[in-house]
Design a protein around this ligand. Structure first.
Ligand SMILES: [Zn+2]
Length: 59
């Protein structure tokens, strides 16, 4: 295996998908990442915020 360079679907930045990450993804049956880490983190944060506000609205 080799490190791969992937172009982020969201911001267009190129990022490394390292052999170590590829092995981790393969072990967990994840498909290849489409987004760079900052974009994934931003989406995670956005989801967390939405969940928090959903809970708040439900209360
Ligand atoms: Zn990105």
């Amino acid at each position: 295996m080799e490190d791969k360079t992937i172009t982020c679907k969201d911001c267009g930045a190129e990022f490394m998908f390292t052999v170590r990450e590829q092995e981790f993804y393969a072990q967990n049956n994840f498909s290849e990442p489409l987004r760079c880490k900052p974009c994934r983190d931003a989406r995670k944060r956005a989801n967390g915020n939405r969940n928090r506000s959903d809970r708040f609205e439900n209360n």
